[in-house]
Structure formats: structure tokens, C-alpha cells
Design a protein around this ligand. Sequence first.
Ligand SMILES: *Cc1c(COP(=O)(O)O)cnc(C)c1O
Length: 220
Amino acid sequence: MTISDKIQEIKSEIPATVSLIAVSKTKPIEKLKEAYEGGQLDFGENKVQELTDKFEVLPKDIRWHFIGHLQTNKVKYIAPFVHLIHSVDSFKLLKEIDKEGRKNNRIIPVLIQFHIATEDTKYGFFIDEVEEMFSDVEFENLKNIQIKGVMGMATFTEDLKVVENEFSILYQIFQILKETYFPNQPEFKEISMGMSGDYLTAIKCGSTMVRIGSTIFGGR
Ligand SMILES: *Cc1c(COP(=O)(O)O)cnc(C)c1O
């Protein structure tokens, strides 16, 4: 099966309202081109250097999603062009993205990453930390970021019951934040959850964006 066939197959399984982010980390340019030529415009990467290298050589209508842990000193390299940063996991990082947004005269769309898995290796906020951040006076001064929703990664397990429970928690967090902090902001609408092993479960739990790598491009 070609890369485009794989993408079409996934698209036929998911609602048209759910965005498919093709996670192309570690994959060579040729594979991304193949996906692009089949009509795929949203790509996800988790390393700044790799993302900027690929951005340089690939068509400019590609929408680049940053999905990995982002160090504050590297925000400047992706700030001019990144489409959506899924992985905001600290207030410090959010402030840095705002600063680089201002320098680049743009508003950078972001998602707030939540810690929903039982593994403690996963990055992300807990809800009380986000509520604290949202009520900080410094938060109100951030004019060059737009918070579009939430992101999370479930525990790496075959047990889809565990995964479903964690995705449901992220859905509830999204609803609480929407009601409390973004009631009249339709742009706060994204729930980025679901990867190769669990995207159908994620969609069942309300995902609006799935990030799929190995099912499209093969194992890494
Ligand atoms: C690698 C990665 C994915 C895609 O994982 P697959 O299992 O290959 O689909 C999704 N999200 C994040 C944050 C990743 O790092």
C-alpha cells in the first residue's frame, strides 16, 4: 500500500470533522512529498531542527504542527511559520511563544498539553496548574498567542479501557476549561488526542485531531 492509500484509508474511518496530522518525524523528505502529493497538508514533527530542515525544502502551503517537548530557547526557530504548537507544557514556554509571536508580528496558535497518562515520563499540566496560570495577571498580557484547545497522550498500553478512561478525562478537562475560561470563544475547539494505536478510541471520546505516524509511514 502506498502512503497516499494509507492516508485515504484512515480518512475513510474517521469523521470529516476530525483533522488528520501525518506525523513524519524521522522520515525522509521523499516520504513527506509522497503524502503531500496525495493531498496531505498537515504534518507533525517533534524536533525543532528536523522541522526547520523540512520546512526549508518542502512546499510552503504545508501546515507544520509541533508535537514534541519544546525547549524555550528553540521557540524562535519555529515561531515564524509554525501552524500549531500542540505541546505547551509550562507557563514559561507559553510566555516565550508569546514573545516570539510579537517579534514575528503574528499570533501563534497553541494547545495546552495535559498529563493524562499514568507514566510519569509524559510532559503536561495538571488542571489546577492551568487554572493557576489562567488567573495569573501575566497571563492576561499575552496577546500573541491563541489557545485553541488541549492535547494529551494516553498511557502506552494495549488495554484500550485504560486509554479510553484517560481520553475521557481529557475531554472533561476541555469542557471545564471551555465553560470557565473560553465561553464565547469558538476558536477554543480542539482536542488533539489519538495516535496509530488508539485513534479510533480517541475519536469515540471526542478527539478533533488525530496525530498518526507509523500507520501512515511505517515503523520507526
Ligand atoms: C510520534 C508521535 C505520534 C505518532 O505516533 P504513532 O504511534 O507513530 O502514530 C503522535 N503524537 C506524538 C506526540 C508523537 O510524539
